[in-house]
Design a protein around this ligand. Sequence first.
Ligand code: AMP
Length: 407
Amino acid sequence: MKKIMAINAGSSSLKFKVFNMPDESILIGGVFERIGFDAPEVSYKINGFRQKEKPPIHDHRDAADYLIEILLKNHIVDDLNEISAVGHRITHGGSDFSDSAVLDRTVIQKIENLCELAPLHNPAGLLGIRTFMKRLPKACAVAVFDTSFHQTLAPETYLYPVPLKLYNQYHIRKYGFHGTNHQYVASEAALLLEKPLKDLKIISCHLGNGSSICAIQGGKSVNTSMGFTPLAGLMMGTRSGTVDPSIIPFIMKKTGHTIDEMMDMFNKESGLLGISEISNDFRDVELAAKAHNEQAELAIKMFVNRVTECVGGYVALMGGVDAIVFTAGIGEHSASVRQAVVSNLAYLGAKLDFQSNEENGPYIHTPDSKVSLLVIPANEELMIARDTWRLSEGQAARLSEKQTVRV
Ligand code: AMP
């Protein structure tokens, strides 16, 4: 049994899980929040017991040191060398990575170059990589990219109908994100349905603060709603999703906003927050809608509308669908969103089992539904650990082969 750590570093958060591999049991899982702000917190779970602490940390480096203290004081490891590999979630792998990769100088340089395409996300991932490579220098380090799963998209899908030279010169194309979770839920759906993944057409609806939908045919991503950046596609917590690009220069001319201010508006002030003017958090918007706040009601209707439109498009694209999966915060917990989406899909013969839907699944379709409907909790850390295990074992085997040859 080997201990593998999965790290998911965001701009002000750091999620972690340590797994025993290959049996995939979780030794510890938790999250640092509000890193770099007042009163940062860490909460973690060991053997079902949740702990909450207020660590004296200022940045990700302090958080890594504090995490190592947590691992040692709780005897998750008694020696840091027991962690054989660390996997890092990296948002943007561009066209360079169609699979996860063992981190070396070249891979790190490529991730650095990709910061231009994901300025909000890749720098945090790199910070996580650098911090843990210093703290755990003997552990094999692996990058798991959110874009890799979508590298199977066909050119007619990933190209935008703009001058082709923009793709050739600047790599402007659809990359897609959330691939780690879309791939995970597709494989879990096949297990739940007891059918080979290669025979299934699946639509995975990752509905969280960031939301995207993926059409998965035979286990491969054939289309997904996010694009060149995670701003495209569905309406999200604070992101607009896809809008007519002409809106941007129009507003700039009217208001004198700079391009950075416009990007902030579309990334941070739009979506559920922009329409409801209450919150980006779906629970708050849902509560307000229940109290008949009209803007909150409108925000939820718009959210459901975009999901329905995208699912319908992907059904047409794949020529049918065997299973629709709901995952991530809203997808896993909001029975009302699932009900609203599925009722819009009645024309497909999709029928909801109301009782199982209230209980959050995993099976939420009736026996006579023509489409399987599933709720599958997101588990990006497990996918990170699986890939990290696969690649680190491969590397260990190659190293021992080299040593045998030398002998
Ligand atoms: P995620 O980005 O996957 O962590 O999902 C965050 C989103 O899930 C937020 O908008 C939350 O409000 C929403 N969410 C979490 N729990 C619930 C719940 N019980 N009901 C409705 N939405 C929820």
